[in-house]
Write a protein that binds this ligand. Structure first.
Ligand SMILES: Cc1cc2nc3c(=O)[nH]c(=O)nc-3n(C[C@H](O)[C@H](O)[C@H](O)COP(=O)(O)OP(=O)(O)OC[C@H]3O[C@@H](n4cnc5c(N)ncnc54)[C@H](O)[C@@H]3O)c2cc1C
Length: 362
């Protein structure tokens, strides 16, 4: 075991460190509170030098300095810490926030004068992820695991989660605390609709397994619960067979009504695309050079060949999954769907990429 703090010396060191951090105005918890946390026997450790890093997030608009950062070495570390804080009672000012990859925008993963639990410390990589095949394939993953790592691991088994975010460098616990939305949501729901079971450290410090059938109140509260109903330490995510390839298509519209009507038609159609997203492109320069991502140099948008004449344009991004031996069927299905759309005909462009390349496009 490492990182167990000796209460008196460590607290003095901590105060010195906080002062050395530039006289930041913050709430400093009572000496005995920090000392009591320091006395916990942990597999991981508390740290103070990285408190400023835990006071930042992707939004860069909010900075709340915590008193300490917990790097849990086990779920028991989180449970013991939460329990100790709970036992301090209602009058204690000490708060706790789980931090995934810190990609929230307004301080949601910060805890002023409190404890930030660095969930990525619990994500020990592939060894901690357990993929199960069979009739109902699923994967058990630590809450601090990045979705990109979940994808890499499940692909080794020819499987993948059904619902995604556009950007995969976010943690499982972080997106399940919100919703987790991308272009598969019209078919499978957001990521929170594709979870079979959670392990949660509750506000009392109990470790509870919950699912639609077991402790269902806690299960549904925690999914999309903004981290307010407990800390997700493990999630069981439903999987499906992963396709090998993706036909990735973009078309542009200048008519908003045609754009939304086509999009609605596609999401309700019987045999439709596997991914459907719409974007508004505001182009002030006359050339569409501010595209989110570009898939090939010959991409007409990237090559600046397409002149938008300053118009606001609307983009439909679509994909059809396929395996190489089914390419003909895919071509027919895609052709039939595209025939029904009213996009600007010169703006159809497409490419074929691997499933991994498509999902990890951002
Ligand atoms: C560049 C970028 C791209 C994005 N793309 C998408 C997208 O395509 N689709 C989409 O839906 N969203 C997207 N988001 C939003 C993103 O999903 C949320 O901000 C998400 O919360 C970030 O995950 P994180 O791991 O960084 O969580 P953090 O920002 O660290 O935490 C977010 C919230 O969840 C809580 N939390 C974190 N881990 C846990 C846990 N294990 N248990 C309980 N609570 C926890 C935190 O306390 C906090 O309240 C994007 C954000 C950015 C910055």
């Amino acid at each position: 075991m490492h990182g167990v703090m000796k209460p008196s010396t460590v607290y003095c060191l901590k105060l010195l460190l906080l002062l050395a951090l530039g006289g930041v105005t913050m709430h400093v918890p009572e000496v005995d509170v920090v000392a009591s946390l320091g006395a916990l026997c942990l597999d991981g450790h508390f740290s103070f030098h990285d408190a400023p890093a835990a006071a930042r997030d992707f939004g860069n608009r909010c900075s709340l300095l915590p008193a300490a950062v917990l790097h849990p070495g086990s779920v028991a570390d989180i449970a013991a810490t939460v329990k100790r804080v709970f036992l301090l009672g209602r009058n204690s000012p000490l708060t706790i926030a789980a931090r995934g990859h810190g990609h929230s925008l307004l301080g949601q993963s910060q805890a002023e004068g409190g404890i930030v639990v660095r969930m990525e410390s619990l994500a020990a990589g592939a060894t901690e992820m357990k993929v199960h095949g069979g009739l109902w394939p699923h994967v058990d993953v630590p809450g601090g695991e990045l979705w990109i790592d979940v994808l890499h691991e499940t692909l080794k088994h020819g499987l993948a989660p059904r619902s995604w975010t556009d950007y995969l460098h976010l943690t499982v616990g972080g997106t399940l605390s919100n919703a987790g939305v991308s272009g598969q949501a019209f078919q499978h729901g957001p990521q929170i609709n594709n979870v079979n079971q959670l392990e949660i450290v509750t506000g009392r410090g109990d470790v509870v397994t919950c699912s639609p059938l077991e402790n269902s109140d806690l299960f549904y509260a925690s999914l999309g619960g903004l981290g307010q109903f407990g800390i997700i330490t493990r999630a069981r995510i439903a999987l499906e067979p992963a396709p090998k390839m993706v036909r990735w298509i973009r078309v542009l519209y200048s008519d908003f009504e045609a754009f939304t009507e086509d999009q609605e038609m596609l999401i309700t159609a019987e045999k439709t695309f596997d991914y459907i997203e719409g974007f508004v492109i505001i182009n002030r320069t006359g050339v569409l050079n501010t595209w989110r991502t570009s898939f090939k140099p010959q991409d007409p948008v990237q090559a600046s060949q397409f002149q938008s004449d300053g118009r606001v344009l609307y983009c439909l991004e679509l994909t059809k999954n396929f395996n190489p031996d089914e390419a003909d069927i895919m071509e027919q299905e895609v052709g039939a769907l595209l025939c029904r759309l009213r996009y600007i005909s010169s703006t159809l462009f497409h490419t074929d990429v691997t499933y991994l390349e498509f999902l990890d496009r951002l």
